[in-house]
Design a binder for this molecule. Structure first.
Ligand code: ATP
Ligand code: MG
Length: 495
């Protein structure tokens, strides 16, 4: 059942299986009509869109979530404009399954709420409507206007209400703090980040509206910021991370003007709230393309502003065991996402901090601290300095610290006490880190093998293993000789 959707699915959905090239050619032929300027101007909000009719693009309603369609149709029946927008249109053009379906409309948040019983308004900064369908939430945003940003020198770090009527708040660096003024679709388009993210699928006639050349950029697999890149990065430095994320996720190139200022402006990330950077970090590293994201973050000099210690270590020793462990850990996470297995931030931060923690722990050990304590203290120090950049909740840093401090215990394999580690709540996570350490030569492979085997061994085999400190196939006879304590000789016996 498709609920409120009137009429059959679009006929074109079968026909338009042609590759991206075909619809891109169709579009490009009509693009000249737009008289597109090479330097898109934020102030040019009166621009007319290029309208790509249903026959000119491959987006079929069968690929759109039934709930998103319900919302689109309900808005339309209520007399409002309703568009699918953002990443979902981009992904549908690419033939990918969108993560979520965002909707833009000229209905105000209150008008949206009046249309849906299952709707809640959220957000202080931006008021958005969330329409609930069981587990699925369809986000409905009212078109917003963005005025051209005027750089201005101010003494205070943050200032308010440059334009009170617009309820738009910038800080001294031009970063948008609050932007809550509603507008038209012609205005809404200019506040979006990349041209590929600024396409609107109109439920009225299933056409795609393109004000900024986004269809062409999607076809060319290219990320292009709307407006002047330097201004747009100052407004919101997270856009630099979003460029990396979409480049890594979609395999898009970053267009020259969009990429050029990144290295120089990377420092702006230090002005972004650490909690927001935590969210962005998870999106970068836990979405199945973490290895590529890391490579790009390093390439554009962004990593050192997010994770200064890890960034510095990777620069110093790009092929060292620590760098290899991070890469292997991210590759692991990417493979798990590809296999639809769950991934955890705790593991991610353990591999991101492994190098700095191991390095600092070695120094502390040289100063006389026992290994476990050195690992504990090193982890505390690294996490503390990290929090001002990317704030990581304690529910992730505490188990991560245990993953580190348990590592020395893996070396103890003799006696029943060794087995108690198996029932430690953090055993599995610590064991995963052990495997990575063994893989890069930071721990003996034999130790990792023993802990792999002991987990599936029978009770009798385990008995043998803890006696010998060896695998299940080894007889107690192969047991390593215990190191005897040397008895102290009476002082009179010394020479
Ligand atoms: P994803 O596939 O990761 O969901 P997305 O493009 O949908 O990608 P969202 O973070 O869901 O990204 O944002 C939805 C849309 O809102 C974007 O496509 C973009 O148009 C706009 N947007 C989001 N963040 C920003 C930003 N920082 N600056 C400008 N526009 C933004
Ligand atoms: Mg999205």
């Amino acid at each position: 059942m498709r609920g409120l959707c009137p009429g059959p699915l679009d006929d074109g959905s079968v026909l338009v299986r042609a590759g991206a090239g075909e619809w891109a050619r169709y579009y490009t032929a009509r693009l000249s009509a737009l008289k597109r300027k090479t330097n898109l101007n934020l102030a040019s909000s009166g621009a007319q869109p290029t309208v790509v009719p249903r026959s000119g693009h491959p987006i079929s309603r069968s690929a759109i979530s039934a709930n998103a369609l319900r919302v689109l149709y309900r808005l339309k029946e209520g007399g409002y404009q309703a568009f699918l927008v953002g990443g979902s249109v981009r992904d549908l053009l690419l033939g990918l399954q969108p993560k979520d379906f965002d909707i833009a409309t000229n209905a105000s948040p209150d008008e949206v709420r009046a249309l849906f019983r299952n709707c809640r308004l959220i957000g202080r900064r931006f008021r958005l409507a969330h329409v609930y369908f069981g587990n699925e939430i369809v986000e409905v945003a009212t078109f917003r206007a963005a005025h051209q940003w005027q750089p201005e020198e101010r003494d205070e770090d943050e200032w308010h209400a440059a334009d009170p009527a617009a309820q738009r708040v910038l800080d001294a660096r031009g970063r948008i703090l609050r932007d809550n003024v509603y507008g038209t679709i012609e205005e809404d388009v200019w506040r979006r980040d990349f041209t590929a993210n600024a396409l609107y699928y109109n439920i009225e006639d299933f056409s795609v509206w393109d004000f900024v050349g986004g269809v062409e950029d999607v076809a060319a697999r290219r990320l292009r910021l709307i407006g002047d890149p330097v201004t747009r990065y100052h407004e919101d430095p997270v856009r630099m991370l979003r460029a990396i994320r979409f480049a890594a996720k979609l395999g898009f190139s970053i267009e020259t003007h969009t990429e050029e200022p990144i290295r120089e402006l990377a420092y702006l990330l230090t002005h972004v709230p650490a909690a927001r950077l935590f969210d962005e970090t998870l999106k970068l590293f836990l979405s199945g393309f973490g290895c590529e994201a890391l490579r790009l973050l390093q390439h554009y000099g962004l990593l050192e502003h997010l994770f200064p210690q890890a960034g510095a270590l990777l620069k110093r020793a790009p092929h060292g065991a620590e760098a290899q462990l991070l890469q292997a850990g991210l590759a692991n996470t990417d493979a798990r996402v590809a296999a639809d297995k769950p991934v955890t931030p705790t593991f991610l931060f353990a591999v991101l901090f492994y190098g700095p923690v191991a390095e600092r722990a070695r120094q502390l050990q040289e100063n006389g601290q026992p290994e476990s304590l050195a690992l504990f203290n090193a982890c505390e120090e690294i996490v503390r300095t990290q929090q001002s950049r990317v704030s990581i909740p304690r529910r992730f840093t505490l188990p991560m610290r245990e993953m580190f401090t348990l590592q020395p215990r893996f070396r103890r394999r003799e006696g029943k006490k060794a087995l108690s580690l198996l029932s430690h709540p953090r055993f599995r996570a610590a064991y995963d880190l052990l495997l990575l350490r063994a893989q890069v030569g930071a721990e003996e492979a034999e130790i990792a093998k023993w802990w792999t085997e002991v987990q599936t061994a029978s009770a009798a085999e385990r008995e043998t293993m803890v006696k010998s400190g060896n695998g299940p196939g080894h007889s107690p006879g192969t047991r390593r000789p215990r190191r005897r304590r040397r008895r102290r000789r009476p002082s009179s016996a010394s020479p």
